[in-house]
Design a protein around this ligand. Structure first.
Ligand code: ADP
Ligand code: TYD
Length: 203
């Protein structure tokens, strides 16, 4: 089973991905925990190209190509081999993030994102957990975690608001695979909800 976690920056995706991996391993499953952009050596190199440096470093179109190139490598070298071996793959962000960030943040490029996805990726997660979060709280959490990967976090609160609404709209568009989880609770409570949702989907 292929599970992705989505949501705005600071919503708690990485925390929940880790807790879910632990819980599934404790339940006897083989789990590959991975993330995007990145998740394979080549894709991790692309990660630093897209997440570091000047916010205007790439045009919107070039950025779509870079994220999709990273995803293709990740799919070929990490995700598909793990799924073929019967493992559960937990991925911190996947194509829905490109639909949102590259598809909405600099004009309406959703059609290009989807066309490239169909051509080069052609695979959706079996289950997508949207960790829904108030943008102001999410941004405060993300800013508390100082680092160099700030190209997108620097876009600020307005973008985060747009992304939250966009993710909620996406959860209605793909209601078969999306489940919305309230992320504004203590991590253990969110994790219990996540685990129950995954168990229901695994049977
Ligand atoms: P994301 O991967 O969505 O950006 P993280 O899991 O990295 O989010 O969490 C961002 C920050 O918020 C981290 O410092 C983390 O420890 C903290 N955090 C995560 N989940 C919660 C929660 N449910 N309540 C409070 N703080 C949290
Ligand atoms: P991530 O490391 O998940 O950041 P965070 O923990 O703050 O949520 O992702 C880094 C940034 O990359 C995030 O701001 C969203 C952006 N991103 C895109 O713009 N497009 C994509 O396709 C992906 C996967 C991520």
């Amino acid at each position: 089973m292929f599970i992705s976690l989505e949501g705005i920056d600071g919503s708690g995706k990485s925390t929940q991905a880790r807790l879910l991996a632990e819980a599934l391993r404790d339940a006897g499953r083989e789990v590959v925990l991975t993330r995007e952009p990145g998740g394979s050596p080549g894709a991790e190199e692309i990660r630093s190209l897209v997440l570091e440096g000047d916010p205007d470093r790439w045009s919107a179109e070039t950025e779509i190509l870079l994220f999709t190139a990273a995803r293709r490598d990740h799919l070929e070298r990490t995700i598909r081999p793990a799924l073929d071996a019967g493992k559960v793959v937990i991925c911190d962000r996947f194509a829905d993030s490109t639909r949102m960030y590259q598809g909405l943040s600099r004009g309406d490029l959703r059609a290009q994102v989807d066309a490239l996805h169909d051509l080069m990726i052609g695979r959706e997660p079996d289950l997508t957990l949207l960790i829904d979060m108030d943008p102001e709280k999410g941004l405060a959490r993300a800013k508390g975690r100082k680092g160099t990967e700030e190209r997108f976090e620097d876009f600020g609160l307005e973008l985060q608001r747009q992304m939250r609404n966009g993710f909620l709209a996406l959860s209605r568009e793909f209601s078969d695979r999306f489940r919305v989880i309230d992320g504004d609770r203590p991590p253990e409570e969110v994790a219990a909800d996540v685990f129950t949702t995954v168990q229901q989907a695994l049977v």
